[in-house]
Design a protein around this ligand. Structure first.
Ligand code: M6R
Length: 606
């Protein structure tokens, strides 16, 4: 995680760096800092807290210089405090570095350096890199060689940018498993963890590859691999428009993004419906190859994993292709048995999730084709997979994923229809009817969003609780999981999602008059079954909050009504109230909704 921004050029660096890390604050926000070289001095200000607060307290904006580095942190090693904030100095304070990733052998490297007499200031893994560089310079290496040699000694994941007081016209950059992008502009060179801080200044970018080590001046750059051999990297032209990220009239980005869903669901299928099937521009896998697919494995993390669960049901139901869903973090290490007629479908909003990237690499090693359903254009996953379908949901800023979840669902539905048509499991008439229904979903969601008073009322009654249970069946089981995750992450209430029928195998022991149980129970194939599960809760005096399409059934504590749609598309509708419920509960509790504690939007460490 962590966001890095760096600059070398003609302009004052600090305004660029501060805006850069602000753009990257979604990657982590527990502390931040800036270092520049000005009049032969290496100066640094850093501290714990969000950028806005640290900037007003420490006046980061006062620093001068045309070369500088900055970072916004999500702590891995060392608690979020002033000392552990980046940048980190070498012991002699001649070198400063910012780092994103984890140096896995930091403790053994620290031990060696301690034995040589070095004294560390922080508890981070990152600081060791600055000390190593200093030590290698003392052994007679130039800064460039010391940087390269230090990187050969470290193990793990890193994106690193370094400056040296004695080399004020150079920036040193390196990448291994954590993303780093260079932006090439007339006034200088920009460096960042992704294109967001760069795109405003230039459309020309270089995506560094694993093992790349670069030296930048204000008008030039050279890149070598870790064996010190020059490498050429393509200069890519950014085509996409710069995104609008203002909060508008909304109090939080999360609420804004919930309300954007009619538009973002529409964008997910716009231009992709072709009479009785779907079409995609970037699959890069031929129809012949797709027809040979015997099994689809969906991988993702967190909310994206919940979307995978819905996708697994859709692909089996509609396209009749055996599908299995895996946590990316487990898949990468479980030694999966993969065959060439498998297809790996990776879901990710950010396109930077480390575990999902590792899952793709695992599949590729075994000759399995990979497709990415990704929101962030040009992200690591988007570039790594064989083919992909972009969500086109626009930047999602709230840490809690909302609009990209429904975009994922819409795209998975289209993919299922496409594959069903391709392999003959779905007839033309049914496909047309299904696509037609999808086209109606933005209007339905838009109507739902017009009145959230019932949800606000429920939130007001239950916001002081410590626990909640979410239940659902079949297509709505992932929505129960998603509802529980949303509540946990933004309101810090302990919540569990369960398949409703599983409840009696354990969680039922938790139910008493203090346990709110949110049941996602729309009419549909399993409606009568879930009504029985609700009775089981009521018999134990649990408080039942039912999200249903039906009229009020007697005896529920609360009923949140949703429109009736087919089972396939119900998750797109039933997720809206659980998103809003978590939002209003968190608001009543006074939580920092867009930047919940301990979290980051993009999880680039494993
Ligand atoms: O960017 P990704 O979709 O790969 O991120 C995966 C998870 O970290 C993410 O879905 C996370 O669970 C959500 N932000 C939670 O709302």
């Amino acid at each position: 995680m962590c966001g890095i921004s760096a600059y070398i050029g003609e302009k004052e660096a600090v305004p660029i760096l501060l805006e850069g890390i602000k753009r990257l604050e979604y990657r982590g926000y527990d502390s931040c800092g800036v270092a520049t070289i000005f009049e032969k001095e290496l100066v640094c200000r850093k501290g714990a807290g969000k950028i806005k607060d640290v900037n007003s307290k420490l006046k980061l904006f006062e620093l001068k210089g045309c070369v500088g580095i900055a970072q916004t942190r999500w702590a891995t090693h060392g608690e979020p405090n002033d000392v552990n904030a980046h940048p980190h100095f070498s012991e002699n304070k001649e070198i400063a570095i910012v780092h994103n990733g984890i140096i896995e052998n930091a403790s053994s490297l620290r031990k060696v350096l301690r034995e040589k007499g070095y004294n560390f200031r922080s508890k981070t893994d990152s600081e060791v890199v600055a000390f190593l560089i200093e030590d290698l310079i003392k052994e007679g290496n130039s800064m460039g060689d010391a940087f390269m040699k230090a990187l050969k000694l470290v193990e793990g994941a890193f994106a690193i940018v370094a400056i040296n007081r004695k080399k004020p016209h150079k920036l040193y950059v390196a990448k291994q498993s954590s993303p780093l992008v260079l932006g090439i502009a007339n006034d200088g060179l920009y460096v960042a963890s992704d294109i967001l801080p760069i795109q405003k200044y230039t459309r020309k970018v270089v995506y560094l590859q694993d093992g790349d080590v670069g030296i930048l001046t204000k008008s030039n750059y050279s890149i070598r691999d870790l064996s010190n051999v020059d490498v050429n990297r393509d200069v890519n032209e950014l085509n996409e428009e710069i995104e609008e990220t203002s909060i508008g009239n909304f109090e939080h980005f999360m609420l804004k993004e919930i309300h954007e869903q009619p538009k973002t669901i529409h964008r997910a299928f716009r231009g992709r419906i072709d009479n009785d099937t779907a079409k995609f521009g970037g699959l890069n896998i031929s129809e012949k190859e797709l027809k040979r697919i015997k099994r689809i494995i969906l991988v993702g993390c967190g909310t994206s994993w919940h979307a995978c669960l819905v996708g697994g049901y859709l692909l089996e139901d509609i396209a009749k292709i055996p599908s299995q869903v895996e946590y990316a973090s487990e898949f990468r290490y479980k030694k999966p048995v993969l065959k060439e007629d498998d297809l790996l479908v990776v879901l990710s909003q950010s396109g930077e999730t480390a575990d999902s990237i590792a899952a793709i690499n695992e599949a590729k090693k075994k000759g399995v084709k990979t497709i990415g359903l990704v929101n962030s254009v040009g992200s690591s996953i988007a570039r790594l997979v064989d083919g992909g379908i972009y969500l086109h949901a626009g930047q999602e800023i709230g840490v809690a994923s909302t609009k990209t979840f429904t975009s994922h669902l819409a795209v998975l539905y289209l993919l299922s229809v496409y594959l069903g048509r391709l392999n003959g499991s779905l007839d033309s008439e049914k496909a047309k009817e299904m696509l037609n229904e999808l086209e109606g979903i933005p209007g339905i969601v838009s109507e739902m969003l017009k009145d959230s008073s019932k949800i606000e009322e429920v939130a007001s009654k239950y916001f002081e609780g410590n626990n909640a249970l979410y239940l659902g069946r079949h297509y709505n089981f992932p929505i129960a999981l998603e509802g529980a995750l949303k509540l946990k992450e933004i309101s810090y209430i302990h919540a569990e999602g369960y398949p409703a029928a599983e409840m009696k195998h354990g969680p039922i022991a938790l139910i008493d008059e203090n346990m709110p149980v949110v049941v996602i129970a729309p009419e549909g194939r399993l409606y009568s079954k879930i009504l029985s599960n609700i009775e089981e809760v009521k018999s134990r005096r649990g408080k039942v909050i039912v999200i249903t399409t039906n009229g009020l059934e007697d005896g529920f504590d609360e009923v949140i009504k949703i429109p009736k749609v087919s089972d396939y598309l119900m998750p797109l509708v039933s997720v809206i109230p659980v998103q809003l419920l978590s939002y209003y509960v968190a608001k009543k509790r006074g939580c920092d909704i867009d930047k919940p504690r301990n979290l980051a939007k993009s999880v680039t460490v494993e």
